[in-house]
Design a protein around this ligand. Structure first.
Ligand code: ZN
Length: 265
């Protein structure tokens, strides 16, 4: 046996020993008591992360969670929840006004003595005159949702400015898809508005079924939350029926439903 061959064999034996030791370590680790099922189950992701909205755009998550850090300093719900124990929810409806669905939503709200905030598109307001006035006359509030629902973080500064400054008149602004950044927020502020996102997205825009929408609201809505729904952007039949059911269930739990403090300058 040459010395070189002997060294080769010795190296091979050493490698086998090391591999064996690693195997023992690995299996030993595996034999450690497993965590209980409960502790390995990750809790479902919070449902308040804004997902997407209609108009054919996929999921668009804002850079900040909407509930706490996303709320503007001048929170249009703050003045309405001074009594922290009072059970209040803020329903909101985006992408209208729609000549068919907006009046249906207004009917359901009136039936339950509820009010809400409508984040309207300037384009829809112009195409369907009178609906803005109808929403306001029934004690609801209007916020701006831009002119034509672009993703404000993906357009030129001039177009972003136009979409924010020349949209529906209000002191509240909700960026389409919840897509915001410091430039968007600066324009909103310069236009005399505050950014309003949401806490609960029951995904009515995806038409998951009336009961799925209702259950999502019932499972996720907490006191003083803003709930996102839609009165435009397509067939909102599920939204209308889900709203009726949810308001019945939530009223039985002691909630009342207020429009936000969005002024109409
Ligand atoms: Zn929208």
């Amino acid at each position: 046996m040459s010395r070189r061959f002997a060294a080769f064999i010795a190296t091979g034996v050493a490698m086998v020993i090391v591999a064996g030791a690693l195997l023992v370590l690995a299996t030993g680790h595996e034999r450690q008591p497993k965590p209980t099922a409960a502790s390995t189950q990750t809790s479902p992701p919070p449902n308040n992360a804004p997902a997407s909205e209609p108009s054919g755009q996929p999921t668009q998550t804002p850079s900040t969670p909407p509930s706490t850090p996303g709320k503007p300093a001048a929170d249009p719900t703050a003045s309405l929840v001074k009594d922290k124990n009072k059970k209040v929810l803020f329903f909101s409806f985006d992408d209208g006004p729609d000549p068919y669905w907006t009046p249906k939503i207004l009917q359901v709200l009136a039936k339950h003595n509820a009010h809400a905030t409508f984040f309207q598109l300037g384009k829809m307001e112009a195409e369907h005159p009178g609906l803005r006035e109808q929403v306001l006359a029934s004690g609801n509030a209007i916020g701006s949702h831009s002119i034509s629902h672009p993703q404000l973080t993906a357009i030129s500064a001039a177009e972003r400015h136009r979409q924010i400054f020349d949209g529906p008149k209000s002191t509240c602004f909700r960026p389409p898809y919840g897509a915001s950044n410091p430039k968007v927020r600066a324009d909103i502020k310069a236009a005399g508005m505050v950014e309003v996102l949401w806490d609960v997205d029951p995904r009515d825009w995806a038409r998951p079924g009336v009961n799925a929408i209702v259950q999502n609201i019932m499972n996720n809505a907490h006191n003083h939350n803003i709930i996102l729904m839609h009165d435009g952007g397509g067939d909102r039949g599920q939204t209308v029926h889900a709203l009726d059911k949810a308001l019945t269930l939530l009223a039985a739990k002691g909630y009342s439903f207020l429009a936000m403090d969005c002024k109409q300058p």
